[in-house]
Design a protein around this ligand. Structure first.
Ligand code: NDP
Length: 400
């Protein structure tokens, strides 16, 4: 029976909180702490009395001392960082100071430059090892489940994986002309960055959205998808031995792309501060303030997500192709936990990753990406906790 401190109370945290409460055999007590305490209290009010003891707290996760005080007061077994990537290092510092396990769903990002690099967090490896505590990086869906899928493919079906295509399809429709399915600032930073993929030992960079493919997704249908850089490419390129190429594709509708182009053209997606009425503001943060809150998309979103990975490589000298994916229904997620599928597919693996650590299955001092851990118990838990996966040994491939 464990205690978890959940930092953040947005779309992803809300799902993780619901799932921890459902999994009360493991999580006997949780504390939800965020910048705006009201959001934590609203979650507590909704979920109290179901067998998991819930408390709430206000915390500024940019402030290490405040985090240390909160951790010392609540004494969790693990801190689940479901705030924003900007807070990863302060929360890791507080975990080190209090010798508490750590988990997140997104790599650390400096506020002023979009980097999508693990280097800052990997620098904590030795410190976590010496402190005897575990940090699990990127336990969402992508990164997260895509890494677990890769470890599972490697363990069970391949001697060598040569090619990986990660396909992230959101076939959902929320009815707005433009909205993002998770934190708008992080989402827009991701899609407006240059594309990049790993090929034969080096990174190949493309202009944003320069490579487009069409793929027919099970239970969603044909969609246009674009090559993006995504943070799990960095760790998978290191951790999957013998890899020759890894690409990441995400689907986007035409309306989303047209709006994004227009916002970009007028400077609204910039993360360079500008002076506005005597005050410095970051245009992208202002844009976030006027866009629909991702949490409000839940009741309006219809359709399904289909996210998975296609692997090609060798087993016993023979060619093997393997596709593993999850399909998630926005409306079913909303009925279950009051959120759409993008939050759901991230919040469930966050709970599962935390469960792996507190149950001792993934408890190994140091800082790890999910594919460095045993995938089997995580894969089993995905089926149990709402993200069942499907295997296909003869899938249609993405064109080169
Ligand atoms: P939201 O914007 O909905 O929620 C973020 C939460 O963090 C809010 O409650 C916010 O508080 C809180 N927060 C922000 N700054 C601070 C701070 N300094 N101190 C305390 N709390 C703070 O984001 P999402 O739930 O959509 O995303 C959460 C994380 O999940 C992000 O890091 C995102 O990148 C990641 N993600 C990962 C995915 C994956 O598959 N791996 C997919 C989708 C998201 P307030 O309410 O005051 O704003």
């Amino acid at each position: 029976m464990a205690k978890a401190l959940i930092i953040g109370a947005g779309g992803v945290a809300s799902v993780a909180v619901h799932k921890c409460v459902q999994n009360k055999e493991v999580f006997k007590e949780i504390c939800i702490a965020s910048r705006t305490k009201q959001k934590c209290d609203d979650l507590k009010e909704k979920l109290d009395g179901q067998g998991c003891e819930i408390s709430t707290a206000q915390v500024d996760a940019d402030n290490v001392e405040a985090l240390i005080a909160l951790i010392e007061d609540f004494k969790p077994d693990i801190v689940m960082n479901l705030a924003l990537p900007y807070q990863d290092l302060t929360i890791m510092d507080a975990c080190l100071a209090t010798k508490t396990h750590y988990l997140d769903t997104a790599n650390y990002e400096p506020e002023d430059t979009a980097k999508f690099e693990y280097k800052w967090q990997w620098e904590y490896r030795q410190k976590f090892e010496e402190a005897g505590i575990t940090a699990i990086l990127g336990s969402g869906f992508d990164p997260g489940v895509t890494g677990v899928f890769s470890a599972y493919a490697q363990k069970h079906y391949f001697d060598e994986i040569h090619y990986i295509d990660i396909l992230d399809c959101n076939g959902g429709d929320h009815g707005y002309p433009f909205a993002t399915n998770f934190n708008p600032e992080i989402n827009i930073r991701e899609v407006s960055a240059n594309g990049r993929y790993w090929k034969e030992g080096q990174w190949i960079e493309t202009a944003p959205m320069a490579i487009k493919k069409v793929y027919d997704f099970a239970e969603v249908g044909q969609k246009e998808m674009y090559l993006l850089y995504h943070e799990e490419l960095e760790s998978l390129a290191l951790n999957i031995k013998g890899i020759k190429q890894i690409r990441f594709f995400m689907t986007f509708g035409q309306s989303y792309l047209t709006h994004l182009k227009c916002l970009e053209n007028v400077g609204m997606t910039s993360i360079e501060p500008i002076l506005f009425e005597g005050k410095e503001i970051i245009p992208l943060q202002f844009l976030k303030a006027v866009l629909p809150d991702p949490a409000s998309l839940g009741p309006r979103t219809k359709g399904k997500t289909n996210i998975g990975c296609i692997y090609r490589g060798k087993k016993d000298g023979k060619d093997v192709t393997y596709y593993v994916y999850n399909i998630c229904d926005h409306e079913a997620c909303y009925r279950e936990v009051g959120s759409q599928a993008v939050s759901y597919t991230t919040g469930v693996p966050a709970m599962i990753g935390a469960m792996m650590v507190v149950n001792g299955l993934w408890n190994k001092p140091g800082v790890y990406n999910v594919e460095e851990m045993d995938p089997d118990p995580f894969m089993k838990a995905l089926n149990q906790w709402g993200l069942p996966w499907v295997e296909d040994f003869n899938p249609v491939l993405v064109a080169e």
